[in-house]
Write a protein that binds this ligand. Sequence first.
Ligand code: GLU
Length: 491
Amino acid sequence: MTVRVRYAPSPTGLQHIGSVRTALFNYLFARAHAGVFVLRIEDTDRDRYSADALQDIYDTFDWLGFRWDEGPDCGGEFGPYIQSERAEHYTRYAQHLVDAGHAYYAYDTQEELAAQREAADGRGGYDRRFRDMSEADLAPYRDRGIDPVIRFKSPMDGTTTLTDIVLGSMSWENTDLPADPILVKSDGMPTYHLANVVDDHLMEITHILRAQEWIPSAPLHLQLYDRFGWTPPQYCHLPMVVGEDGQKLSKRHGATRVLEFRERGYLPEAIINYLARVGWSYDDKRELFTLTELESLFAAEKISKSPAVFDYQKLDWLNGHYIREATDERLFDALLPYLRSSAATTGVGDDAVADTLRAAVPLVRERLKTLGEIGEAIGFAFSRPDGFDITEMVPKKLSAAETVALVEKVVPLLDGIAERSDEENEALFRETAERLDTKLGNLLMPLRIAVTGSRVSPPLFGSIRLVGTDETQARVTRALDRLRAYSATNP
Ligand code: GLU
């Protein structure tokens, strides 16, 4: 039997961490079993349908770079893969259930339903009044001019048991479940439950990996499979993704929309590696996985039962790892759009931005946690950092006047500095520091601030090379003037 799994998003909201984790686990499960991964768009809720949400599905997975084998865009033998194009199936199967006595037409008015809800203490009770009505009794209701719904005859005694790959066995008293839920709405559209079950059957889905929030739907789905006489797929409910406070992950916890992580400068391989570990582990130790490795290592038995906490720090760490691992070319391509759109390069020509970035890639790769940090990291290469606090230039334990004297000794070393190798520059500065009987840092730190405006910058000589010898000299001269003025009043 070929393993067939599906990701079945409803285009009502944007792709978030939890939904993409579900898609990823389905994809990995399919690959690990040499199976098939299907994308099915569940768009029967026309009130909440959003074209942007649909586009977001395609954009998100284009970016992440893993794909379905069958779906609306690539086809497949079980299509169409968009529920709104499959209406005939749902009507036909709903009618099967009616004909077999497992479902029935109900003619309640909205007012009657509201009154029943009230009578049931707001528990959403339904009094099943049309369930077993004779044809003769139904006749007057048919003439009411109401578009009926089709309701499922849910069992009124007994239990329903779900066997879940991760969670084991769970049982419900049927009397605790909603009474006779709607399968087809009065506009003729199926509810999620009917469409989902019919499609999983027709598409020959063997395993359902979906979030635990769908567990309450499972007993009804199992009852539907039973009434249709179909074998249900195997269920595998995935743990919730929560914030550090244990609450369901939401905007409040930071970014949750997956494409927002792209905007912030995360690499798709970091997101994939991160999401694979949200509720799944290989062993207790290993953190790093490429998509290809996951495709063979993924095993449903290792999915955890308990909620998975979304850890932004770990995501940053992984992103830094994949940035360090990327080739120069890949990193250049990945960084360029961020640098171009950064305030640091406003008014700078495209070629100049690209040339500077090409030279900067080896300098920044060890330091960046996100691609979005590039503007700040090398912004000094595009404009003079004039705004820094001049006292920053004064090393601990030195006075402003002593610093002026040291920087004056640095000035002659700047001749040709951008043209020399790092080793040559280091040797030169080291000798000078020894000669002046001071620490090397007392020469380098003021120079770093004069050139980059910050104590934290990419490696100093590399940064100077980005800026060029002339501009470095100009910046040091300027900083020295400011420092002398400061020292005059603060000796
Ligand atoms: N359309 C449902 C969703 O939006 C699918 C749930 C399921 O996988 O059964 O998540």
